[in-house]
Design a protein around this ligand. Structure first.
Ligand code: PHE
Length: 412
């Protein structure tokens, strides 16, 4: 049966029916890749910080937050799917691992900080493949302003300065209206002030995209960097946008952003300010800038990985020889009490850690008479630093199978 208490970082917590944090996940909490000198995530963080020199640069907030901080303080509705145990890691019903850096908005604004960047590890239950890992890093940036006429004027002047700079850059921006019927200003906001703030946000981020990607995204140096703005929805901003960058023939989603919900600022005790916020994922950008092919590599302690990087420098990662992969399939009937795909992924991660490269559901069907659901799952095992022998892979797979049986599945 489950233990009554668990230790996470320095503290002991009672468990309850929300508890779903696993030892594999717990072990990541103290790694702090974003504070490791020379690590690609840290170099990228420094580059972004250098784009916002007059902002407070924060990076030491605890990953353990309350669901109130992560969701309620940002006006997430009570039934938002992100709150589900299947999507987030809970220590118990009152303590969870932050799923995004926005979890800290209220506390940072409440300290009186008006311009800040916050870098942190964030945790989400997810699928397993080369670009999905249950821990990744985000940077949140935010700026709030006074709303009197002269403050609004100052924002406009700063925006014009940024606009003139961008006009000299080889960048092609596909814009979207600041405010529209489908992406409205908040009802409590003066529409023009909201527009001024949205425009300032766009210029700041377009010039950040140029700093990060110029000369990388295009096929040739002379190709412009293509950036696209699209309408988005977040519970804690309005209007809201997503920014995408064109890279190797595809639009890649880089960040989410918008005008901060006034209720966030009210909760933080700064009701007469207005502002913008954005949140971006560092791994996806670092994989492009360094040509890192697999997200697990960021967690590698292998000198063949770490020794390739120098703090403050971007270089192309040279893959060292890959050891062979082995795969094992398993077919089973799902338990009648519903089992989420993420439960399966956590079982595999917990057994195999970073030895699992991919988990794919290769077949699903429902028995026409019994209505039972069957899955066939292929697990791909591969180590970054050695060849796995057959016996070891068999052992891993048999542990996966017996953990699945504990979840109530029936092996076919
Ligand atoms: N927190 C959002 C996410 O993780 C990103 C975001 C941050 C959006 C700030 C708007 C404002 O997807």
């Amino acid at each position: 049966s489950a233990p009554r208490h668990i230790r996470v970082l320095q503290d002991t917590y009672p468990t309850d029916d929300y508890t779903n944090i696993t030892p594999t996940i717990s072990s990541k909490l103290s790694r702090r890749l974003h504070a490791q000198e020379g690590h690609p995530i840290t170099t990228l963080r420094s580059l972004i910080e250098s784009h916002f020199p007059d902002f407070a640069h924060l990076s030491s907030l605890s990953p353990i937050v309350t669901p109130h901080q992560n969701f309620d303080s940002l006006s997430f509705p009570a039934d938002h799917p992100g709150r589900a145990k299947t999507d987030s890691y809970y220590i118990n019903k009152n303590a969870m691992l932050r799923t995004h850096t926005s979890a800290h908005e209220v506390e940072v604004f409440a300290k009186g900080t008006e311009r800040w960047l916050l870098t942190a590890d964030v945790y989400r239950r997810d699928e397993i493949d080369a670009s999905h890992y249950p821990v990744f890093h985000q940077m949140e940036g935010a700026k709030i302003f006074g709303t009197d006429a002269s403050s609004i004027d100052q924002i406009e002047q700063e925006s014009q300065r940024l606009e003139r700079q961008l006009a000299l850059s080889n960048i092609d921006i596909e814009d979207v209206r600041h405010i529209s019927e489908t992406n409205p200003a908040q009802t409590s906001h003066d529409v023009r002030s909201s527009e001024v703030i949205a425009k300032n946000l766009k210029f700041c981020l377009n010039s950040l995209m140029y700093k990060l990607f110029a000369g990388i995204a295009g096929a040739a140096k002379s190709d412009p960097l293509r950036v696209r703005w699209i309408e988005a929805y977040f519970p804690f901003t309005g209007p809201s946008y997503e920014v995408e960058v064109f890279f190797r023939g595809k639009w890649l989603e880089i960040l989410g952003c918008g005008v901060v919900l006034q209720s966030t600022l009210d909760r933080a005790g700064v009701p007469n300010k207005m502002g913008w916020a954005f949140g971006l994922g560092l791994e996806r950008i670092a994989m492009i800038l360094y040509s890192i092919p697999d997200i697990r590599l960021f967690w590698s302690e292998d000198p063949r990985f770490l020794s390739q990087f120098t703090h403050g420098k971007f270089s192309t990662f040279k893959p060292y020889s890959k050891y062979p992969a082995s795969y094992r399939d398993v077919s089973f009937w799902k338990p009648s009490s519903d089992m989420h795909d993420n439960d399966l992924y956590d079982v595999v991660r917990d057994v195999a850690g970073d030895l699992v490269e991919d988990v794919a559901i290769i077949d699903r069907f429902t028995h026409p008479k019994t209505q039972r659901h069957s899955l066939t799952v292929r697990v791909v095992y591969r180590s970054f630093d050695r060849s796995l022998v057959n016996e070891e892979v068999n052992l891993l797979q048999s542990r996966v199978v017996s953990c699945l049986q504990k979840l109530g599945v029936e092996i076919r």
